[in-house]
Structures are given as C-alpha cells and as structure tokens.
Write a protein that binds this ligand. Structure first.
Ligand SMILES: [Zn+2]
Length: 264
C-alpha cells in the first residue's frame, strides 16, 4: 500500500455513499489516478468544511492523499464548479451518470488511461450540461470507448477489400464494416441503413473538443443508439447500472419500434 501525499489533481465527483455514522465515501474520477474512492471523515456534520466540493457532479482541482490500493483522502479543493443542469435535470443526470459509469468500467484506476480519457469525459459532461443532444454525446463516447473494451472496429474502410466509398454495413464477425460487395460474406451483419452507418462512421472520428452542437433527428439518434446497444451487448457484454435506468427513462424501445420502418 502506497500513499501519495499532497497530490493535486483535476476531478469530477461521480457518486457518494454513507459510511459509518457521520462519514462518507466519495468516488471521484481523477485525471491522474482514474476512479478513486475518498474517505471523508465527519462529512455529515453540520457546516462540514468540505461539503461544497463533494456535491454530485462537482468538478475542479483537488488536493489530497492518493492510496494505490485502498481509500484515499481529500484535503481541499479549489476552482470547484458544478454541472448545474446535470445536477438539476433527472434525464441529463442519467446520461451523465452513464458516461461516468462507462468511463469507470473502462478506465478503473489506470493512470495512463485516466490521463488519456479524463479530458474527453469532462468535455462530454460539459456538452451535456450545455444542452447538446445527450443521446449523441453518449453515442460518441460509446463508439470511441469501444477500443478500451478490446473492440476496435475499423470504421474507415471495408474489412475485406479496403473500399472507402460504398454503402456499408457493420459486421460483428469481421470486427468492422463491410462494403456492399462483401455483404454476402456475413448474413448476420447488423443490416443498418445508410444514414445510420454514415453517422456511426462520422461520430467514431469526431473530436469532442471542437464539437459545438449536433443537428440530428431523434429518430436517427435512436437508431445510432440501438446499433451501439447491439454492439455493446454482443461484443462488450458490459453492465453499467445507469444504462438500465436510462433505457427505462426514455422508453427508447417504443420510439424505435415506431420509427424503424419509415425512411427519412
Ligand atoms: Zn469490400
């Protein structure tokens, strides 16, 4: 067990839960150590001095002692802000929780992955907080995080012939996309329509830092989501609690059934 004292890091408060009578365990995504759980002693006492910096969806700079294996400790925070809209809106809350849950499943406490992905997760929450279509932000994170789960589809060209200009479909068994000439090789391809495929490929390469807004119909957003649900179910097999809640909240299934057979 190694305790790194007096460490400064960027962080986003992921969740907190009661611990003993007066204490809390607060999970924070940090940019240097990944997801760490902090033991906050006396947190439930009135006027507790760290109360404001451990509110849900707070983010900023933190100081503390990081434990490699067990619980870490928080001393103070500065320039702490909160994603207010996410905090106040139950739907945005669900989307943001899912992004953080997905990140946790992928990054855990891996320092290198944390340094690579912290900024993207932070930016995703920022965009959700600003009101950019949260379904698309979640889809972008899902597509781009596939590689962290050992699934790294090649979205740019056909897995068989390298063709970059064609109609494409996604093939799980080929681990990428197939051009129309090679669809016959995989009868179990996902049978995605051209528009959904176009946006999956487009979103796989989009830079969240330069993204300002997304102009996609709800129907297309949902089709993209459903395609990613299939890929995640079949190829990743991940269970993130927030996803179930998100699905229930939005009744995607119903909307999808209604919209599936009509072309746009
Ligand atoms: Zn091909």
């Amino acid at each position: 067990m190694v305790l790194h004292q007096g460490e400064e890091f960027s962080g986003i408060v992921v969740s907190k839960r009661d611990y003993k009578e007066r204490d809390l365990l607060v999970k924070i995504l940090t940019n240097r150590y990944g997801y760490k759980t902090f033991y906050i002693r006396g947190a439930k006492k009135r006027g507790f001095r760290l109360g404001a910096i451990i509110l849900p969806f707070s983010h900023g700079r933190y100081l503390g002692s990081i434990n490699d294996d067990g619980l870490s400790y928080l001393s103070t925070g500065k320039e702490i802000d909160q994603y207010q809209n996410i905090f106040n809106d139950i739907m945005l809350n669900a989307y943001a929780s899912y992004v953080l849950g997905l990140g946790e499943a992928a990054i855990k406490d891996d320092c290198i992955l944390a340094s690579q992905w912290y900024r993207k997760i932070e930016r995703a929450l920022q965009l959700i907080d600003q009101g950019v279509n949260p379904l698309i932000i979640v889809s972008i994170m899902e597509i781009q995080m596939l590689e962290l789960f050992g699934v790294a589809p090649e979205w740019r060209f056909c897995a068989v012939c390298g063709n970059q200009r064609s109609s494409f479909d996604y093939s799980e068994s080929y681990g990428g996309i197939l051009c129309k000439n090679h669809w016959h090789l995989d009868p179990n391809r996902l049978h995605l329509d051209e528009k959904t495929m176009y946006f999956l490929r487009y979103l796989s390469d989009i830079d969240l830092d330069v993204l300002k807004s997304v102009n996609l119909s709800e129907k297309t957003s949902i089709k993209i989501k459903r395609a990613l649900d299939v890929i995640y179910d079949d190829q990743v097999g991940l269970y993130v609690p927030a996803k179930k809640f998100l699905n229930e909240m939005t009744s995607f299934d119903f909307a999808f059934e209604k919209g599936l057979d009509k072309t746009e």
